[in-house]
Design a protein around this ligand. Structure first.
Ligand code: AHR
Length: 648
């Protein structure tokens, strides 16, 4: 219904105008490169929401591997005799473990793990297990480890023995004889007596770069193919916490993964209509792994740290704000993080990094203090960080917040404050309707150029259905022409959120969806990918009738030149429901190539989405268009986004 209304509106809007072929002329000054496009211009924002880390990017297949959820057996189906204990634990910061006793029950005694909405297994691939165990028995205690499919059939099995009274690490692999998306992992004690088990872990052998205990390869591949220039992590609201105790503390996320203390994820209970009581953070994906991911993908790392305020939506009491004179440890966390990322391997925190296998610095250049903070609570805390950071690390760029909304009281208060405080960039967030995105294509044309640059750190067009449909993607594509045109001011951007598990999401839309075996890229993903891949090196002026193209006749456009490939690249969105013939006047070029390559994202159904059953319902298609002369005429179909590349 909404789509129909939208189409009718577009139809009426376009009816008043005669369709004269060639009456629309885009003039592109191909020889007048403007502002450089920053390498960070198109990035990604990772937040541990929607099972983004555990159950998503982090390759671990066992949920609650350390028995540290508030209910320590969540995720586990115990059978026979199983209790939870914490005396003389294997890991001081994850002290709970399971004690399994077997006295001849027919099933044996043991534990079955349900994974993250099941365990995805692929035939022909190996799965590496780790179990820490000990026994007070004087004999070897036999454990059977099994992969069990969704029909309760055993599709892979192995045995191992516990022989030591001290904690001992058992490792090995199992290869399933068939694939399953919702398998379980079962551990059974076969010998009469008692064993303790902890940190029961299972990873695919094939992780990103085949790193043991690494990241899910298909998800990282999807990120790599976006060519992000910057990665903002680890949130979002998870940075702030619902109270200061549950805020994200990066120091808990480095060192041996077994001993990183679990934290309840605030998205566990944040949305009452989407409760996810089994959502915790194991921090197996921690700050070392984020920095390494950035390095792998050639993206600048942008960590976000707590500014000493818990989420201001959720927590308004005094105990949710660190008093100004007690902020020292928070400021120290920021300074220590820079040492962790950039310090020599001989420094305290540089050594932690080196011991984790990365003696060379990560060369971090950006830091954000606070997420969506607002009010004087924020503006009196931020300067304390800025002063300390400027003194010790004057080259690090500091990102401040403009609050949770793209306009209004808090936004209007914060921008001038950020100028006064001297933030290098100001983070703006907008989750708004497609119509809002259309009207905001000129948003940055009139921004003050003095002072901080803009980081559009979280944005997404929210349709009424909140689907990742072509409708949202087209609105974002049109709006992004305005980001690109203003690349002198807008230095970084990232869609949000990034990831979502089909069966465990709290928020939508999201850029990349997945189940335990499959990744589904959204039309919004392709828009981001097209902009980032063809971001060019400098802006070029592009106008229609002497004006920026920001919605006239339903058209939006921006242009860049790529000095490396020697191409002029146009991004054009036709958001109306009639095709548009456009004459391209490439001023400043004596000879225009006689053909151009176009990547086209289009559909006549605004509601079209990609799904696990139809993952390519809407994807960009490449075509070549031929030019007759120096002022070629091109036709953009209705509801179409183009990236057009022509050689200079
Ligand atoms: O992206 C989801 C949430 O939206 C982020 O955690 C927060 O910063 C914003 O409100």
């Amino acid at each position: 219904m909404r789509n129909t209304l939208f189409l009718l509106c577009c139809l009426f809007a376009s009816m008043g105008r005669a369709q004269v072929p060639g009456d629309l002329v885009f003039t592109i000054d191909a020889n007048k490169p403007g502002a450089p496009i920053q390498p960070t211009m198109y990035g990604v924002f990772f937040e541990d929401i929607n099972f983004g880390a555990d159950g998503g990017l982090y390759g671990e297949l066992i949920k609650n591997r350390s028995f540290e959820f508030a209910q320590p057996l969540v995720g586990w189906i115990p059978f026979g005799r199983v209790t939870v204990a914490d005396s003389k634990p294997a890991f001081s910061r994850n002290p709970h473990y399971a004690q399994i006793s077997y006295s001849g029950q027919l099933t044996g005694s043991g534990l079955e793990n349900e994974g993250f909405r099941g365990i995805g297994l692929n035939k022909g691939e190996k799965y590496l297990y780790t179990v820490y165990s000990r026994t007070a028995e004087s004999k070897a205690m036999k454990l059977r480890l099994e992969l069990v499919n969704s029909n309760n059939e055993i599709i892979g099995s192995t045995e191992t023995e516990v022989k030591s009274a001290d904690w001992q690490k058992l490792t090995g692999s199992i290869e399933p004889k068939s694939s399953d998306m919702k398998a379980h992992f079962r551990l059974t004690l076969l010998t009469q007596g008692k064993v303790d088990v902890d940190h029961i872990s299972l990873f695919p052998e094939k992780t990103w770069k085949n790193r043991p205990g690494g990241l899910r390869a298909d998800l990282v591949q999807a990120l790599a193919e976006m060519h992000p220039g910057v990665i903002r992590f680890p949130g979002g609201c998870v940075v702030e916490g619902n109270n200061l105790g549950t805020r994200y503390n990066w120091k808990n996320t480095v060192g041996a993964p077994e001993n990183r203390p679990f934290n309840e994820n605030r998205w566990n209970y944040e949305f009452k209509h989407r409760l996810t009581p089994d959502y915790y953070q194991s921090y197996g994906l921690g700050f070392f792994e984020y920095f390494q991911l950035c390095e792998d993908l050639g993206a600048e790392p942008l960590p976000v740290l707590s500014c000493g305020l818990a989420c201001q939506f959720a927590c308004k009491d005094d105990h949710c704000r660190v008093p100004l004179d007690s902020l020292g440890s928070y400021v120290q966390d920021a300074l220590d993080l820079i040492e962790f990322a950039n310090g020599p391997a001989t420094s305290k925190w540089g050594k932690v990094r080196a011991d984790m296998g990365h003696p060379a610095p990560f060369n971090m250049k950006l830091i954000a203090i606070g997420n969506e903070q607002w009010g004087p609570e924020y503006t009196e805390r931020l300067p304390i960080f800025v002063k300390a950071l400027r003194e010790k690390h004057p080259k690090i760029q500091i990102i401040g917040s403009s609050g949770p909304f793209p306009d209004g009281k808090e936004f209007d208060y914060l921008w001038p404050e950020m100028r006064k405080i001297g933030a290098d960039l100001v983070d703006e967030h907008y989750y708004r309707s497609p119509q809002w995105f259309y009207t905001q294509a000129a948003r940055y044309d009139t921004y003050d150029r003095k002072g901080p640059r803009v980081f559009a750190g979280e944005y997404a067009a929210h349709t009424t259905s909140r689907d990742n449909s072509f409708e949202s993607a087209l609105a974002e594509a049109a709006f992004m022409t305005g980001l690109e045109r203003n690349a002198d001011l807008v230095h970084m951007t990232s869609y949000a959120p990034l990831f979502a598990h089909y069966e465990a999401w709290q928020w939508r839309p999201n850029l990349i969806w997945y189940n335990n075996q499959q990744v589904v890229l959204t039309p919004d993903y392709y828009v981001q990918q097209l902009y980032a891949t063809y971001k060019g090196t400098h802006t070029l002026p592009i106008q229609m009738n002497g004006k920026n193209i920001t919605g006239q006749e339903g058209l939006y456009a921006s242009a860049v030149v790529d000095a490396k490939t020697n191409e002029v690249v146009l991004k054009i969105a036709n958001t109306g429901i009639v095709p548009q013939k456009i004459k391209l006047k490439l001023a400043g070029l004596s000879n225009v190539a006689r053909s151009a390559t176009v990547l086209e994202l289009k559909s006549d159904r605004l509601s079209l989405v990609n799904t696990p059953n139809a993952p390519e319902a809407i994807v960009p298609r490449e075509k070549t268009i031929n030019f007759k002369d120096n002022e070629p005429e091109v036709t953009l179909d209705a509801l179409t986004f183009w990236v057009l590349r022509v050689k200079r």
